[in-house]
Design a protein. Structure first.
Length: 332
């Protein structure tokens, strides 16, 4: 317990037997519960975590870090603690920074605090230029979409108030980092970025999220587009409608000017058909944006009702059931 607040730390892990014990050992003593989500590991990750006193939630097969975080989030809510911290199992983050990370929540200054590797230039970790550039592009994209300035939207070291987790609804299995920012920003939940010093390169193994940059980019953009569709659909479809309209008008003017100059449409009849197609695409995109915007408003109302349902107390609160080995089995 820290300043009257009960704390849970969740650690998504996949084949991290070389570092998981060290990470758990470094977690401050004021933390009440440590939950390791074993995402289908084939090594001794879960066994070592249990030996270190953690509650282990095991996925029968590898489902992705986003799914692992969601499992840990649900389990943390069942434990009924006040603040939840998630930290990666690869040892790149210092568990001693947990105290600094939760302090803004304890003081009531934020509901979501994320460690930032790039906000303070002095703390910038060593990493390849392409990974650094990718992080900057992703942060700029999320900043533009939310209207807030963020420096690091991909960091896996974060703290949440219980209230913010009750409002959080995630659907991406591959990752959760950018989707969390969008979800919270669209719901006007206060976000704080806290500069921390981290190890830029893993000591063992490869990142299961960013090991393939093209796959990471594709999967992340897919999650972002789906989130934008669900919460801000007009921002997604209005630019498509506007661009299609401009192309349609341009092609139409080109055909008209050609006709006025030559007295015939040949050989540019294609421009007329293309113009009609883009006019149609523009109209469909605009109508679709309005319809999905209506659904987005309904979604927000439903999520607000869901939030109040989640706040109802569970009687009696009890720890999640485990098997004889001390592992919480995947219930999904």
């Amino acid at each position: 317990m820290y300043n009257g607040k009960r704390i849970t730390v969740i650690i998504p892990a996949l084949n991290e037997e070389k570092k998981i014990g060290q990470v758990i050992d470094g977690i401050p003593r004021f933390v009440d519960h440590v939950v390791v989500v074993d995402d289908g590991s084939t090594d001794r990750t879960g066994e070592i975590a249990r030996e270190k006193g953690a509650v282990v939630f095991r996925h029968a097969f590898n489902r992705g870090v986003g799914a692992a975080f969601n499992s840990g989030r649900r389990l943390a809510l069942e434990l009924n603690d006040d603040i939840v911290v998630n930290i990666d199992a690869d040892g790149q983050f210092n568990p001693a920074d947990i105290e600094s990370l939760i302090e803004p929540i304890v003081q009531g200054a934020a509901d979501f605090v994320t460690a930032s590797r790039f906000k303070d230039v002095a703390f910038r970790p060593q990493m390849s230029r392409i990974k650094f550039w990718g992080n900057q592009v992703m942060s700029s994209l999320i900043s533009r979409m939310t209207g807030q300035k963020f420096y690091d939207v991909s960091c896996g070291f974060r703290a949440y108030s219980r209230d913010s987790l009750l409002k959080l609804n995630l659907f991406g299995n591959f990752t959760y980092t950018q989707e969390t920012f969008l979800n919270f920003a669209f719901k006007n939940i206060p976000i704080v970025e806290l500069p921390v010093q981290v190890r830029g390169r893993r000591e063992h193994g490869k990142s299961r999220v960013a090991s393939n940059l093209f796959r990471y980019t594709y999967q992340t953009l897919k999650i972002i587009i789906k989130t934008l569709r669900d919460y801000r659909p007009f921002r997604l479809f209005a630019p498509i409608a506007a661009l299609s309209f401009i192309v349609a008008v341009s092609l139409g003017l080109f055909l008209i000017l050609h006709y006025l100059h030559t007295g015939e449409f040949t050989p540019h009849k294609w421009a007329g058909f293309a113009s009609g197609f883009f006019f149609f695409l523009s109209a469909v995109s605009l109508i679709l944006g309005f319809i999905l915007d209506m659904f987005a408003r309904m979604r927000l109302n439903q999520e607000e009702m869901l939030y109040y349902l989640k706040r109802l107390p569970m009687h009696p609160p009890s720890p999640p059931p485990t098997n004889s080995a001390g592992t919480v089995n995947d219930r999904d």
